[in-house]
Design a protein around this ligand. Sequence first.
Ligand code: CDP
Length: 232
Amino acid sequence: MKKIIIAIDGPAASGKSTTARLVSRKLNYIYVDTGAMYRAVTFIFLENGIDPEKVTPAEVADLLSKFPVSLKIMDSVQHVFIADRDVSEEIRLPEVTRNVSAVAAIPSVRKEMVKLQQAMGLEKGLVMDGRDIGTIVFPSAELKVFMIADPAARAKRRQLEMEGKGQQVDFDSLLKEIEHRDFLDSNREDSPLKQAEDAITLDTSNLTIDQQVDWIVSRAEGLLVTGNGSQV
Ligand code: CDP
């Protein structure tokens, strides 16, 4: 059975995670949300009072060996662990969201996370979403999608998602936060958010989730039929 790696990159709240999760279910692939890993590292920084502007590579190495980040699939849902503590809920807190781009810009943090991500791709049959999957983590992924949507559509989606969890948030401040995070993610020196040359753009501003999922699944199936997906 042929299996491929599907890399989905794009800015904050562009619908990557929901789409990637559903694509993985349809293809019976593993789904990896790499943003959750950077969020977990941010949570470690916050709990230990570490300043991302001042931390040294040696301190990062020490911190990540004391508090190893790992992902586990439980009942088909990805859970994020710091050592043996499940932090899947806590990593979505607004304080983590506000600080994650600063932590994700640290080269020694990225190096460790990329190592873990690449190990998860050894067996293919993987959908991974993030900012640098098609450019740095899996530059030879068979299918690369760069998912975009206009900032207002993204802020609206994030607002609905948070309201669904019972959190009231102001649209304008969400929009500002999203634009600020995009700016930091796109302008950092190490692995900035940018479209891989061979990625296909998917503008989801006016698409439903089902349309986004079908669009990616049909391209993946096309690759499997034409034999461009590699044999495992
Ligand atoms: O909020 P949203 O779901 O769009 O973001 P996320 O996927 O949870 O990612 C959170 C943050 O982690 C991003 O804003 C980036 O700063 C960072 N990130 C990264 O640098 N590289 C990745 N491969 C994934 C996320």
